[in-house]
Design a protein around this ligand. Sequence first.
Ligand code: NAD
Length: 313
Amino acid sequence: MFPPIQLFMGGDKKIPLKFKVYSVLYPIKIFIKSLINKLKGARKSKIFGTNYVGGEKMGNFNLNGKKAIVFGVANDQSIAWHIAKKLNDVGVRIALGYQERAEQLVKPLLGMLNNPLAIKCDVVDDVLLTEFFEKIKQEFGQVDFLIHSIAFAKKEHLQGKFYDVTRRGYQVAQEVSSYSLAELSRRAAPIMNENGSIITMTYYGAEKVTPNYNVMGVAKAALEACVRYLANDFGEKGIRVNAISAGPIKTLAASGITDFEKMLEHAQQKAPLKRNINADDVANLALFLCSDMSKNITGQVVYVDAGYSIMGV
Ligand code: NAD
């Protein structure tokens, strides 16, 4: 018998000192950030004379009054956080699905969102998933967007030879990083409005060999295939499904990849624009993929990588 997936995922490991220090400093950092955010909002309200809540006016990107489910916020560096914040700032109400182990870092962020919902959920736990969607139905009724920004593989499978991955390691990576898109989409679709948009996050390692990315590259390849099949399934409901293929960004998940710093350096040197991207670039693309500006784009992998993926040598 396999051990329960939560155990395998290292929930019972000793917390490193570095993380303990980070947890103490983190709320202070978030407090300062939210203060700056509020001040900026107040200043812009004065200028625009509106009930401005932060962020930019988006013209044709009119998402005011829409609702989004966002999975994948672990802290303020998470890609999912940047997307949630950007959507929030154009008037979208946010429901976060977060893992219990991220609670301490997620809670302080909620003050930066307008009337958010935040519900503990793990995509490998059917009971939590059912509870999550029941609460969403009660509070939101219908939703417009689903952001899937989650992935997991054991650190030991993000280094060395791909063939050293264990059967269980392979399964876990696929279950959390790829299958969960189908699972969340199936549960969300019945309460999604027409013109809904589902977005997931992928990486170029799905297509080309990237040292150390290993099992995650294989999971991302499956994820990208899921996007195409789901886009076809949900097309008749008017729901679009796309993946954003982002260049490397320093986040918690990225820190699990051996030699990630080298990936960043390499991406910068090789990309036509000679720079790395950041999570805000990804959030901008997500905003576009949520809006009607992209109403005829579905089943695609869209790149935000400073052009890295077009290069041969
Ligand atoms: P992150 O660590 O901030 O986010 C990963 C999230 O996955 C975390 O919030 C974690 O709680 C969540 N997660 C993991 N297992 C889960 C489970 N069982 N149930 C629910 N949630 C679970 O890192 P990130 O870089 O923001 O990653 C977000 C997505 O972007 C991932 O799919 C990642 O592969 C992808 N991506 C990241 C980069 C990069 O360089 N950072 C590049 C391309 C794609």
